[in-house]
Ligand binder design. Structure first.
Ligand code: FAD
Length: 306
């Protein structure tokens, strides 16, 4: 389903993000978990895109498999980093052939194993150029072309020293043709509300989906700190995790409780969508739904007054 149809049909969207597993076995395991995700009836799911050749192929394979074997709509992430124009064109053509209609267009970060990678060798430096490129190949993906999303950073992107300039850069991506913005994870809703207002002031009118990541263990917390650079972990949350001592079960309960309260408040404040960073595990997301008093996204949207 095209992302524009999804937005039209769902006043509030609920989406899940996966990463491509590194082995065939892990991939099959994810597919078993996928059945549990399907029960929650998300508006769409998305799959991240790594920097190495084999992980990139795995993103493609997972996206195509989701499309073929489930009734879920799959959105593929795609990055500028380490790509020529011809490679990007080939990837888009392959997706079009497999009826993949939606792409999340990202700048991407240089791979850790290639610290000296020269971004000047990449066809595109910034995500707005990739959005424009995807739009230029619209004719290959049906009459409306690909649905295109971009990333937003409620607490600011760590690479942007100037917050006003950051909104200009975000606006540039939307003006290039992005249909929606999906945000980096955040733990304090006021950061999201302020970001939403700043977008409005900048004339950005596309849907903005709020990124939610329940902490499920101390390792998740470390991973967030490493991957979501710039995301603030509030002292109140850190204190709650501290109280759990060595018990990861208790940390998971704290994380799910925190994320549930975030979701409840976001729904009360008309968030256009909730995007869950699942780390390929369904338990936390299922529990959040349960604590919100619903079984699936459709019920959640109805409860939200839609
Ligand atoms: P850009 O929009 O290109 O911005 C990158 C930086 O450059 C920012 O500081 C921006 O302000 C600045 N900038 C933008 N345009 C200009 C310009 N014209 N002139 C000067 N400066 C400019 N990474 C992955 O590798 N794979 C993934 O699958 C992935 N998925 C993600 C999903 C979401 C929802 C989010 C929020 C992030 C994801 N990332 C992923 C991480 C992302 O690629 C990095 O954070 C990257 O550093 C920024 O990506 P971007 O798309 O915002 O890039």
């Amino acid at each position: 389903m095209h992302i524009l149809d999804i937005f039209e049909a769902n006043p509030t969207t609920f989406s899940f993000e996966f990463f491509p597993p590194k082995t065939d076995k892990a991939s099959n395991d994810l597919f078993e978990t996928m059945e549990q995700f399907q029960e929650l009836q998300p508006s769409f799911v998305s799959v991240t895109y790594g920097a190495g050749g084999s992980t990139r192929e795995r993103t493609h394979d997972l996206i195509v498999r989701i499309q073929r074997e489930t009734n879920l709509t799959a959105v593929s992430h795609l990055t500028c980093v380490c790509h020529s124009e011809a490679e990007l064109a080939a990837i888009l053509d392959r997706y079009a052939e497999s009826n993949i209609e939606n792409i999340l267009a990202l700048g991407g970060d240089p791979p850790r194993n290639l610290p000296n990678h020269d971004r000047a060798n990449d066809a595109f430096q910034y995500a707005d150029q990739l959005v424009r490129f995807i739009r230029s190949r619209s004719d290959r993906a049906g009459s409306r072309g690909f649905g295109v999303g971009v990333a937003g950073f409620p607490e600011g992107h760590p690479g942007t020293p100037n917050r006003l300039r950051e909104m200009d850069n975000l606006k540039r991506k939307v003006d290039a043709g992005a249909d929606y913005i999906c945000t980096q994870l955040f733990f304090q809703n006021h950061d999201f509300y302020d970001f939403r207002e700043r977008c409005d002031l900048a004339g950005i009118k596309v849907p903005i989906l709020a990124g939610i990541m329940p902490i499920t263990s101390r390792e998740t917390l470390t991973r967030i700190a490493e991957l979501a650079l710039g995301a603030r972990i509030p002292a109140r949350l850190l204190r709650a995790v501290e109280r759990c001592g060595d018990s990861n079960d208790s940390v998971a309960k704290v994380g799910v409780h925190w994320a549930t309260e975030q979701c409840r408040d976001l729904l009360d404040n008309q968030a256009r969508g909730l995007h869950f960073y699942t780390l390929n595990r369904s338990d936390a997301t299922r529990q959040i739904y349960e604590y919100l008093g619903v079984k699936d996204s459709l019920a959640l949207a109805r409860r939200n007054g839609d």
